[in-house]
Design a protein around this ligand. Sequence first.
Ligand code: PHE
Length: 352
Amino acid sequence: MTLIEIQNVREKLLADLDAISGAPELEAFKLAHLTRKGTIAAMFDELRSVSKEEKPQAGKELNTLRQSVEARFKEREEELGATGGHEEHGRLDLTMPARPVSVSTPGHEHPLMKTLNEMIAIFERMGFAVENGPEIEDDEHNFGKLNFPPDHPARDMQDTFFVKPTPDWTPTSKDQPLLLRTHTSPVQIRLMERQRPPIRAIMPGRVYRNEAASARSAVAFFQLEGLVVDKGVSMADLKGVLLSFARQFFGSDAKIRLRPSFFPFTEPSAEVDVSCYICGGKGCRVCKNSGWLEILGSGMVHPNVLSACGIDPEIYTGYAFGLGIDRTAMMRYGVSDIRDFFENDYRFLEQF
Ligand code: PHE
């Protein structure tokens, strides 16, 4: 292999490159000359048999050959639009049909919304209107008017996320703390401030609690609040509505039981359990052998709450209840980790 030979090969390859008119030819050129098994690599191998005296010069010539061929190759690649992905996959074909979606049920309701919508439909049939309120609340609506006195330990029942309108904001004595609502009960207050009895409404929405996330509790979850205020409303009405709801939602033999409880905004207050829909009350793993599942908090609206909203508690009475939608959906579908609802893993969501 002489210097002249090397120069001749260089001229030839550059001329060949110039003559190429399409991406497939260019690809063939690359395979023949520029890969590890190509002509240029073979010439480098031949260097070994070149005499000691000529070796440095020949090496230099070979490097020039490789560099100039590679440079010209790149230019041609750009000219022919054969760079990057196109080189491997051919040109983009806009007429190709789209890939079929691989899931069996593309696009359907999220299990939480499915549960919520079913609940809403049941309450609507019983004459309840649907109301909404803001997720960023003030202290007065989330606590104050719900009869949580300032500094009362009841406020510790709910760990709260406070909100600052701007990073350097500090409340003055006139300002109320802003917070992410810890329950849907402030929507009761907003409704009673605005509307005179009779009131019969449900208030679904997202709520927030500053708790460590675990399989049983998430920092954001959904509740559905119910409120009825009128003349002569009693605890028996509450029980009737909740039993009817339980039968429509959990099945016609569902039973409910009320246990005494405490909430600052209701008096008396009751925790409501529904008979376990899995074992029918005999006891199983889901109900931890008790036969009952706790589904909601409820009670008669506290007279202080009615007064705070300008409704005369001597004339009107009311009941309220609040249930957790995530918990209910978990029970219903046998989901053991609440976080599954928020991760949006298609393999999970597809099952509903
Ligand atoms: N707001 C209560 C809670 O979040 C639930 C509740 C609503 C209790 C209405 C009684 C009446 O725990």
